[in-house]
Design a protein around this ligand. Structure first.
Ligand code: NAD
Length: 437
């Protein structure tokens, strides 16, 4: 492998060609990771069964997944290595390559709204919805004051209740009812526990004021008050590759995006590509990826028709410009973020000090991932880039071990047939005997 450039910031040229041990040697030498965090990331000192036993029920083990780092990222002028936990090949390579294209124009710019979550209280058995709504709104300040006393820790650090909204659901399978929203600033937490506690505690007051019966009291995962946005510019000249002209690639990307913007069938896959990057960082940092997924897809359908979370176009100079906007309920305290040693190390590796900063990185990775998929789809198709790594997975599934994995993968790529039956056939032809289990 060649390491022409000196590693600096998030640029580690040739990193992907290094062996596992050499990668660690480089990270250590460049002081990119602390001695204590090495074991937390490699697995030796990561989540123990004992720790896991305190996290969920009926624990009988832990379940490792690959953790890699995406390179080349610059977010709001800061270089950082991004840990990603993902089982799918090409995700980290795609994000790293697009981050490299984006850094030529300064990398990703990202911003977030205040970390406000929504807690919902369903209020049933109300004879006069309008009157109850009026009464609840008249008591808004009182309700906010009551909610403010619920979490002294959050209150002390500037979080807590911000607003009360009252919505009427006029027609449902059980008739009409009210929904009270408690808008709650959760600072550096994802916030589900904090919000659920708050809505449960204010419910008796809601019942007294409205005269109704508080039924469900739970956070909404449509966190549309907690939005992250990322923007990037890719210089036109950086888009050309192989036989593809820059304009052709740029326009192809915009055409592909237009498909997702106007067709839910395509938008689902388009957004899945975004979530490849988003989820990988969400998982690496111990955050709740189901919550982020639920929020993203509900937000994508907010206009009544499911659509793309991103937008692509060109600027006056002909450069490609992209943006991504989505809810991102992620934290750096609470949940598994502090309990899982690997998650703690991942947050430290990025030098992240607030939940908003984490969301800004995640939304940037989502945008990079989206671009990687669109660029491939708009040109040579997605399978070409996938083939090498996919072939290795097929080789392993067919029973190959050690050097046979690479040999078998190369042969299948060369033949253009990457299928398990062909892999098994080749192993048989070569007289390969897998080691005994
Ligand atoms: P948490 O309750 O463990 O931690 C949040 C608490 O930490 C706050 O209430 C506050 O008291 C304290 N805190 C200390 N320093 C803080 C800081 N700087 N910023 C904010 N809070 C600080 O965790 P959580 O984030 O409220 O809940 C997250 C967990 O809830 C996740 O594990 C998630 O999976 C789970 N969950 C999710 C859902 C859902 O998404 N629908 C529902 C229930 C539970």
């Amino acid at each position: 492998m060649k390491m022409n450039d000196k590693p600096s910031g998030s640029r580690l040229p040739g990193f992907y060609n290094l062996s596992f041990d050499k990668r660690w040697e480089l990270l250590r030498k460049a002081n990119l990771i602390s001695q204590d965090d090495i074991g937390r990331i490699t697995g030796a000192d990561s989540l123990t069964v004992d720790q896991a036993d305190h996290m969920i029920e009926n624990v009988i083990g832990t379940f490792p997944l690959p953790l890699g780092i995406a390179l080349n990222f610059v977010v709001n002028g800061r270089e950082l290595l991004v840990p990603m936990v993902v089982e799918e090949p090409s995700v980290i390579a795609g994000a790293s390559f697009m981050a490299k294209l984006a850094r030529a124009s300064g990398g990703f710019k990202a911003e977030t709204s205040e970390p406000e979550m929504i807690g919902q209280i369903q209020v049933l058995d109300i004879p006069d919805l309008n009157l109850a709504q009026e009464k609840l709104l008249a008591e808004k300040q009182n309700l906010i004051s009551i909610a403010a006393g619920i979490d002294p820790v959050l209150e002390k650090i500037g979080g807590g209740p911000r607003d009360i909204e009252v919505r009427k659901i006029e027609s449902s399978p059980i008739g009409s009812f009210l929904v009270v929203h408690l808008i709650y600033d959760v600072r550096d937490a994802m916030g589900a526990n904090a919000v659920n506690t708050a809505v449960e505690k204010i419910s008796p007051y809601i019942e007294t004021i409205s005269g109704g019966r508080a039924h469900l009291r739970i956070l909404s995962n449509l966190a549309d008050r907690r939005i992250a946005k990322a923007y990037c510019t890719i210089r036109l000249e950086d888009l050309a590759f192989s036989d593809y002209k820059a304009e052709q690639v740029r326009d192809g990307i915009i055409e592909s995006w237009a498909f997702a913007a106007s067709d839910p069938y395509r938008a689902a896959t388009h957004n899945k590509g975004i979530m490849n990057g988003v989820d990988a960082v969400v998982i690496a940092t111990g955050n709740d990826w189901r919550a982020v997924e639920a929020g993203a897809h509900a937000f994508a359908a907010r206009g009544g028709i499911y659509t793309s979370l991103s937008t692509w176009g060109k600027d006056d100079s002909g450069n490609l410009i992209g943006s991504l906007e989505m809810p991102l309920a992620v934290g750096i305290v609470g949940g598994a973020t502090r309990v899982h040693p690997g998650a703690r190390a991942s947050i430290k590796l990025m030098g992240i000090t607030s939940a908003r900063e984490l969301a800004e990185v995640i939304v940037s990775v989502g945008l990079a991932q989206n671009l990687a998929a669109l660029r491939a789809l708009a040109t040579e198709g997605i399978q070409r880039g996938h083939m090498g790594l996919h072939a290795r997975q097929v080789a392993i599934s067919a029973g190959a071990e050690g050097s046979f994995i690479e040999r078998l993968a190369e042969k299948m790529v060369l033949e253009g047939t990457i299928r398990i039956d062909r892999a098994q056939e080749l192993l048989e032809e070569w007289g390969y005997l897998p080691s005994e289990e």
